[in-house]
Design a protein around this ligand. Structure first.
Ligand code: ARG
Length: 472
């Protein structure tokens, strides 16, 4: 919609055409500046028109307006939709917000009949409904984009069921794991994110339209009709709550914040893995940036930005939580502050999700280097301790201590665990046999971790099938 300009010219005369009756003078320009929201809430135009059309049809169905009025209103609204979509509509900040801009244009187009549209409704229930529709679409889009990211991760996991890399704790090599397993851990995280969005959507999906300003209306409206026309499950049950509720926005922002925190962890790992020290992956030219001074540089800016944009998304949640705190019922203009954080958060989340999917598909994986690194730092020591427990019936704590001594010995000889001669191992525990040496290889270590949800290639294959069934 960047073709659409918000004009600052006065085109509506001295008084506000919507409530001018009660006022003698125009608002001060500062008043106008603080009050106007059209520079951001124009983005609700589709929802606003959809909502008005449903309302007009309902008004006609219950004989509050006649069929001729209904047709004029619906045609006018369609014209406005087209004008906005084509960038021909002139948004006017003096008309404050999207609702009044649309209504004013409708008056230009069809005359006084336009005034009948606002029967039995208020901007309070109108904005709550428009905004719910917008957030619902944003949730659906996030769900779809998360699904695409999961699909990319599952495909890469399938390619790398047997690729071994170091699993880290405290950023130190801990135990070897498979890359498929690592990718699938993100699939789980994003699956939980999706379920949080789905859950928020369920609670959101009640229609506030018809609650009017706060107390309902004396007109014989049919709220069921507008609710189902707009794809809601049912009308909201309390008109006061309907116009003062922004839980749906907050819950969605909370889900978006957690999702973006997950994305920031993925971003961090991409930064780390593509670093000169790790070199586990390489991003192609399409997902790398150069430096203006150092010609050799390839920087993972998109991954860093995914990590950094978490601040903006979580910030949006805090911004709205703070605006809503302590508001008395029902509507207060503070609530106009709800839209920018939500727009900003969902625009950002969508970009991050698309960039993450792009990078996951794009990255080249350095299988050899990963594998080599997986065996370093005595990462299979737990294997040896487990072997002592299983084969020599040594209690785990004792086995832990003996293995610790063996690690110390390997370190003093600058050898990997599996390179230690049997005689050396037997210096620590005489009953150790050469079978123990076999379990010390990283590939045996991952094969053996075959418990449900574990890292073995066999488990990962099971997890891939399961993830496809659950998520795609
Ligand atoms: N632009 C307003 C908002 O976003 C619409 C509701 C105005 N209601 C009112 N009572 N002034 O919240």
């Amino acid at each position: 919609m960047n073709k659409t300009k918000v004009s600052r010219k006065n085109s509506i005369g001295t008084n506000n055409p919507i409530w001018g009756g009660r006022f003698n003078n125009r608002p001060n320009s500062i008043m106008e500046e603080i009050n106007s929201s059209i520079h951001f809430d124009w983005r609700l135009f589709r929802e606003d028109i959809e909502c008005s059309k449903a309302h007009a049809k309902m008004l006609a169905a219950v004989d509050i307006i006649n069929d001729k009025d209904e047709k004029q209103i619906l045609d006018g609204l369609d014209t406005i939709l087209k004008e906005i979509e084509e960038g021909l509509f002139k948004f006017n900040p003096e008309l404050e917000d999207i609702h009044m801009n649309v209504e004013n244009r409708l008056t230009d187009l069809i005359g006084e009949t336009a005034g009948k549209l606002h029967t039995a409704r208020s901007r309070n229930d109108q904005v709550a409904t428009d905004f719910k529709l917008w957030v619902r679409n944003a949730i659906d889009q996030s769900d779809q984009q998360l699904k695409e990211l999961q699909s990319a991760l599952i495909d890469r996991a399938e390619e790398h069921t047997n690729t071994i890399l170091p699993g880290l704790t405290h950023m130190q090599n801990a135990q070897p794991i498979t890359l498929g397993h690592h990718f699938l851990s993100y699939v789980e995280m994003f699956g939980r994110d999706r379920s949080r969005f789905v859950d928020a959507r369920k609670r959101l999906n009640e229609c506030p339209l018809g609650s009017a300003a706060l107390a309902g209306t004396s007109f014989p409206i049919n709220r069921q009709m507008t609710s189902s026309a707009l794809g809601f499950d049912q009308p909201t049950r309390n008109s006061l709550d309907s116009v003062s509720d922004r839980d749906f926005a907050l819950e969605s922002l909370a889900a978006a914040s957690l999702c973006s925190s997950h994305l920031s962890r993925l971003g961090e790992e991409i930064v780390l893995w593509s670093s000169s020290q790790f070199k586990f992956i390489r991003l192609s030219d399409s997902f790398s940036t150069g430096s203006s001074i150092m010609p050799q540089k390839r920087n993972p800016d998109a991954a860093e930005l995914i990590r950094g944009k978490n601040g903006r998304i979580s910030g949006s949640l805090f911004s709205l939580l703070t605006s809503m705190k302590g508001l008395s019922l029902a509507y207060s203009k503070d609530m106009q502050e709800d839209k920018e954080p939500v727009f900003n958060a969902f625009d950002t989340l969508s970009l991050c999700l698309r960039a993450a999917t792009g990078m996951i598909c794009d990255m080249t994986i350095n299988v050899e280097l990963m594998q080599k690194s997986a065996g370093t730092e005595y990462s299979t020591a737990t294997e040896l301790a487990d072997w002592l427990v299983k084969n020599l019936d040594i209690p785990f704590r004792k086995a832990h201590e003996l293995t610790g001594k063996i690690v110390k010995l390997s370190e003093s000889k600058s050898l990997q665990l599996w390179e230690l001669p049997l005689s050396e191992l037997q210096r620590i525990e005489p009953k150790i046999t050469k079978d123990a040496q076999k379990v010390l290889l990283p590939c045996s270590a991952v094969q053996s971790r075959n418990s449900f949800g574990g890292t073995s290639p066999d488990q990962v294959k099971i997890q891939i099938n399961d993830a496809r069934e659950r998520f795609l």
